[in-house]
Design a binder for this molecule. Structure first.
Ligand SMILES: Cc1cc2nc3c(=O)[nH]c(=O)nc-3n(C[C@H](O)[C@H](O)[C@H](O)COP(=O)(O)OP(=O)(O)OC[C@H]3O[C@@H](n4cnc5c(N)ncnc54)[C@H](O)[C@@H]3O)c2cc1C
Length: 288
């Protein structure tokens, strides 16, 4: 991961750098620095501060680097839960591979060099809206462990992640906790880009099958990643033809559909339609 020196070379502003050793210290530092008017920022891989800071879309006078906090660094199975710390890099996840669907999605984020710096928490909490690494956790009804001024709390991801992670001021994501049943379930994941082999998605689709229930989560279609119960209801009408289920599901998508340099809204819908038909076919018999 990067240190302060890497940022001072490229950023047009200076900031104080803190490296707390535990969660209590991190939370107290945030409160103190906020009271001083320093606009503090928790910081994990730090790549977003470089990307957005140099074009005036991010600013801080104090960063609180969480990478030395033990809870934020762990990958551990405990009972039936997999705990992953928010400061674990995407490369570490790929190498340890504790959650194959997560590996499949996160190993397509950015390029190899950037994945050595980008962290799970940084991607889930990112301002850059693709946040692809959140998709497996939305599908797995994972829980998030969050530290803040009131201590630690555990909350179901689908309650607190609505388009983005709805953290309160001074809170930080510590870990994800995922039940092993979801980790072992059949899955399908694919990323389509408009150009090049690396970079932002045109569409990323992740799907998981629990028993007879298909779940899907999507990034790149809207200016936020999402999982939609309405879309899943249509896709799960197994008695109907796949194309009918997919067309009905497309009618229930959230809005707006992105229209940008990566692709038009119509093109994105065209690609998604094919990916959903492929996902249904790939998972039709799985878990039966
Ligand atoms: C070259 C490049 C290519 C990219 N390609 C993709 C892509 O294909 N798909 C994709 O989804 N994203 C992509 N991104 C976006 C990237 O994943 C995000 O910018 C991500 O935030 C970077 O992770 P980081 O660990 O460096 O985050 P940081 O820069 O450390 O933090 C990002 C934001 O999250 C906050 N934050 C970090 N950790 C925590 C925490 N534990 N609790 C609370 N808040 C926290 C920070 O305060 C900051 O606001 C790309 C970025 C780069 C630089």
């Amino acid at each position: 991961m990067a240190g302060k020196e890497d940022f001072q070379i490229v950023l047009p502003f200076d900031f104080d750098y803190y490296l707390p050793k535990n969660l209590k210290e991190a939370v107290e530092l945030y409160r103190y620095l906020d009271q001083q008017g320093k606009q503090p920022m928790f910081f994990s891989g730090g790549t977003e501060l470089i990307t957005l800071g140099r074009i005036d879309l991010a600013y801080t006078e104090a960063v609180i680097d969480i990478k030395e906090i033990a809870e934020c660094q762990m990958i551990q199975f405990s009972d039936h839960q997999l705990l992953i710390g928010s400061a674990v890099t995407l490369t570490q996840l790929e190498e340890a591979n504790p959650f194959p669907l997560l590996t499949s999605v996160s190993s397509e984020v950015a390029d190899h060099t950037a994945r050595g710096k980008i962290t799970l928490g940084g991607n889930i909490c990112a301002q850059i809206f693709y946040r692809e690494a959140v998709l497996p956790f939305l599908l797995a009804d994972s829980e998030l462990i969050i530290a803040g001024p009131e201590g630690l709390k555990t909350i179901q991801i689908n309650e607190i992640f609505q388009e983005q992670l709805r953290l309160k001021k001074g809170e930080l994501l510590v870990q994800t906790s995922t039940d092993k049943r979801f980790i072992e379930a059949p899955f399908y994941a694919v990323k389509r880009r408009q150009q090049w082999d690396t970079g932002y998605p045109l569409i990323t689709l992740a799907a998981l099958k629990m028993g007879q229930e298909l779940r899907v989560a999507i990034s790149g279609l809207c200016p936020f990643p999402f999982r939609s119960p309405e879309v899943e209801t249509y896709l799960n009408r197994w008695g109907q033809a796949a194309e009918t289920r997919v067309d009905n599901a497309l009618s229930a998508l959230p809005k707006p559909i992105l229209e940008d340099v990566e692709g038009s809204a119509d093109y994105r819908l065209f690609v998604l339609r094919h990916l959903l038909v492929d996902a249904l076919s790939a998972l039709e018999r799985a878990g039966a």
